[in-house]
Structures are given as C-alpha cells and as structure tokens.
Design a protein around this ligand. Structure first.
Ligand code: FAD
Length: 467
C-alpha cells in the first residue's frame, strides 16, 4: 500500500476544523488543514469575535450614558461606529493570524485552496491561482461550516439588505435599520447599531425574541430593548422588500395580521444559516446528507462513508463554535483510538451577548413541563446581589429549573451582567451531575455576581437568602 500524504486531512479551518487539526497533531498524527479563505472560519473572521468586539464598544457607549452618576461629565458625547468597526477588524485579524501560528507550532500543514473529495481518501485542492493538486489521507474530516440563509422575499445584496457579514463591515451607523430575525445574531446587531444612534426595528416571525430561550428570558430582553427605544414586532412576517435609491420599503404582516410598511435605510437579514455541503464531491465519496443538507453523522462524527467524518456547523445540531470545537476533539480522539466520550448535546450553553446578556443551558421551563418532569422553579433577581447593584446592572435574573425527584439541574437561565461567563458554572454543575443543593454548597466569593448562582439554586429550593 502506498503511504498516504497525511494521517488526517481536514477540509475547513474554522473552529471545528482548526481545533480538530491541532488536537490530531498533539496526538502525534500527521495532519493537514485545507482552507479556501481565512483560517479561523466564520467565528474568528466574520462571526463570534468581531461581533463581541462591537458589542464591547456598544456596552461602553451604554455605560457612558450613565457616566454622570460616577462623577464623569463631558460637554457633549459623540459616538462613531467607524473606530469601533476598525477595532473589531484588527481583533479578528489578530486572532485569525494566531491560528496560523498555532498550526506552525503544532506542525499542522496549512493548505490554501478549496478541497473536493475524489473518493478513496483522496482530496483535490484547487489553489487560489487555479492550480490543482491531489492529496491522500487515512481519514478525512469535513468542517466546511455554514453561510447565511437568504430569504426569497428579502434577497441579500450586502448593499441595502445585509447579512451579518455586510453588517460587520459598516463604518457608519445608518439612521434607520430593520433587523429581520430576533435570534442571537439579530439581537446582537440590533444592540450595536442602537448604541451608535440608529433607530432600530426588530421583526421576528415567532411569537417572541430569542425564541430558543426560556420565555422569561425573552420577555426580559424584549422589555429592556423597548425601554431603550427599539421597536419590536413579534409574530410578524416579512412579505416583500422594495429597494429604492437610498432606502428599503419593507412590507410585513403584524401579529394581528394587519399589513404594515416600514421604510428604512438598511435591512439586516438574520434568519438563520445553511450548511456548506455543496460541490464537495460527496457522491464520489458516498457521503449522505439529511433532508436539510447537513451531513448525517453518528456520535463519533462518522459520516456514511468509511473514514470520512463531519464536524461543526455542517454537521447540524447547535450551530455554535464551542459545539464545533468539541466535535473536532471527539472526532480526532476517536480516530486516534483515544476516545473518552461523545458530545453531550443536552449540555451545550447558549449565549447572546447583547445588553442585557442572555445565557442558558438545559431545558426551558416549557420543555421541562412538556417532558413530564415534576419541577420547582427558582428565580433570583439581580437587585438582590450587591455586586450587581454596585456595578449598576440590576436588570434580569438567574432562573433555575429543578427536578423535584433527584434535585437535578434541569435547566438554568441567566439574563443580566456577565450572564455568558456565569453560565459556565451550571454547565460544569450539570456535567458533574451536581444537585441543585451542591450549586449552593460550593462556596462563592463575596461580593460577586457568582453569588447569584447559589441564590438561584436556593430559590429553586424555596430558601434564597437575599430576596
Ligand atoms: P466555519 O466557521 O463556518 O468555518 C468553515 C470554514 O471552511 C470556512 O473558513 C470556509 O472558508 C471553509 N471551507 C468551506 N468549504 C471549503 C472547502 N471546500 N475547502 C476548503 N475550505 C472550505 N458561535 C458561538 O459559539 N458564539 C458566538 O458568539 C457566535 N457569534 C456569531 C456571530 C455571527 C455574526 C455569526 C454569523 C455566527 C456566530 N456564531 C457564534 C456561530 C459560529 O461562528 C459558528 O458556529 C462556527 O464558526 C462554526 O464553526 P465551523 O468550524 O463549523 O465552520
């Protein structure tokens, strides 16, 4: 048998692909990663990282609006999206370059170009200059990610109608913006543009914003956004968009079924993502897709074709970077015969970094009831936490859903300051199968936001101290 060029060849250098490649190299395997664009994928270049940079800027703008309470006054406050946007690009580029350094450090071969399966462990790569080369590998990992969904009634042109990518590259905040889709991406951009002076209208087809979150979290965020002056239409369906010079006229049916028209400078279409699973030579390799176009995989990320694996967004389930990274590690460790488990899809944290932040893990109250659990609910508001009060962030709560039989943490939902950091406690708690009682018995430092984790747990037991 001729020797393969690589033990593992990964197609796609996003968080799924690059983590899989590095872990493979750590395990002593000879690994290559083919990337058609920039290392770091959507997450580092046009997703998680630049949006979090812009949201940090937006949070600072919001803080400065209350600066007088801290004795900070200035004659006039001006905000300009330009420098914040430039900063976000610099951070994204720094991190994406960092992946290149990590590849060098771990001796992962970076192959620039677009990969296509030829069957039998062979991959053809078309380099940016159009030249083609074929590589062979013992195992192939498909980590080709996803791209924005384009609604026929709202065709993205990145000029008047933006996807999240178009929205990231604006150096001026428009006067008016309609955000279609109130999932995490839509709500984060609504927050950024609002902070920089845009009049934002959010339009969501389902009956609440952040529809995957607990209904209490959705209600708290909607209240907060409305209080800050954003318009929100839920249960509203966009029917058409007419582009005119300098504006877009959106036609939609509101909750009551009445026709509405909204004229805005730009629209952000944030209605979900679809997998990049076309033109990959799947037939030659015998790789199956499901009816939504995602790769069909088993618990070790194996596709229907022998020695071909798929991870990350293109493999479905939650389209999140941390899920992609975990799948990368599970998959490569299984290849190396060092598998220690599978991905626990029930313990994937969801985070939205708008203001107030929203984070959750496990079941919502509605899901817990639907699944027939006997539950207790605890809800600890931030007004009862000294550190939150000192920081001036008392919107929201920590909500804990407890199963009365074993006192299992069925679900945890946080709205408020640093929710996306704090949710990690519940993720670890659930991973270690802690009871709700144990979340309180582990001592939390005072005064910190983390005390609200213990108080949320105590609330579910009916004995919170500080409320
Ligand atoms: P991707 O990151 O999509 O990377 C796939 C890579 O494969 C790309 O670089 C692509 O160029 C390459 N590729 C595709 N086809 C080929 C081919 N044939 N040959 C070679 N290369 C190919 N997730 C979070 O967890 N937290 C967040 O805060 C968050 N914020 C987000 C904000 C926005 C605006 C967006 C759009 C997404 C956000 N996400 C967030 C989602 C996150 O970015 C994705 O879940 C994550 O990037 C998926 O990683 P991946 O490796 O599966 O794919």
């Amino acid at each position: 048998m001729p020797k393969n060029d690589f033990d593992i060849l990964v197609i796609g250098g996003g968080p799924g692909g690059y983590v899989a490649a590095i872990r493979g190299a750590q395990l002593g395997l000879n690994v290559a990663c083919v990337e058609a664009d920039k290392l770091g994928g959507v997450c580092l270049n046009i997703g998680c990282i630049p949006t979090k940079s812009l949201l940090t800027s937006a949070a600072l703008v919001n803080e400065m609006k209350n600066a007088a309470a801290h004795g900070i006054t200035f004659a006039d406050m001006n905000v300009d999206l330009g420098p914040a946007q430039k900063r976000s690009r610099a951070i994204a580029e720094q991190l994406a370059k960092g992946v290149g350094h990590l590849f060098k450090k771990n001796k992962v071969a970076h192959i620039e170009g677009r990969g296509r399966l030829l069957g039998g462990g062979r991959v053809e790569v078309e380099a940016p200059d159009g030249s083609r080369q074929t590589y062979t590998a013992g195992h192939l990992i498909l980590a080709t990610g996803s791209r924005p969904r384009d609604l026929p009634v709202l065709p993205i042109d990145e000029d008047r109608i933006w996807s999240s990518t178009g929205a990231l590259f604006q150096d001026e905040a428009p006067e008016t913006l309609a955000v279609v889709g109130a999932g995490a991406v839509g709500m984060e951009f609504a927050d950024v543009f609002h902070a920089y002076g845009t009049k934002v209208t959010v339009i969501e087809a389902l009956d609440r914003v952040l529809p995957l979150e607990d209904a209490d979290s959705s209600a708290a965020v909607e209240r907060s956004f409305k209080k800050r002056g954003m318009d929100i239409h839920t249960g509203a369906l966009v029917e058409s968009a007419e582009i005119d010079e300098g504006s877009v006229e959106l036609h939609f049916k509101d909750k009551k079924g009445e026709a509405q028209t909204l004229k805005v400078q730009h629209v952000l279409s944030a209605v979900g993502r679809i997998p990049n699973t076309e033109d990959l030579g799947l037939d030659a390799a015998g790789v199956d897709l499901d009816d939504r176009g995602f790769f069909v995989v088993d618990e070790y990320m194996r596709t229907s074709a022998e020695r071909v694996y798929a991870i990350g967004d293109c493999a479905g389930n939650q389209l999140l970077a941390h899920k992609a990274m975990h799948e990368g590690v599970i998959c490569v460790e299984a290849i190396a015969g060092q598998g220690h488990g599978t991905v626990d899809y029930k313990n994937v944290p969801n985070c939205t970094y708008c203001s107030p932040e929203v984070a959750s893990v496990g079941l919502t109250e509605e899901q817990a009831k639907e699944q027939g659990f006997e539950i207790d609910i605890g809800k600890f508001p931030w007004v009862g936490n000294g550190r939150a009060l000192a920081g001036g962030h008392t919107e929201g709560f920590v909500k804990v859903i407890r199963d009365t039989q074993y006192s299992e943490i069925l679900g945890a939902h946080i709205v408020g300051p640093h929710a996306t950091e704090l949710i990690g406690e519940f993720v670890v708690g659930r991973h270690l199968e802690s009871t709700v009682e144990e979340m309180d018995r582990a001592m939390h430092p005072h005064p910190t936001l983390s005390e609200a984790i213990a108080e949320g747990a105590l609330s579910a037991l009916g004995r919170a101290i500080h409320i």
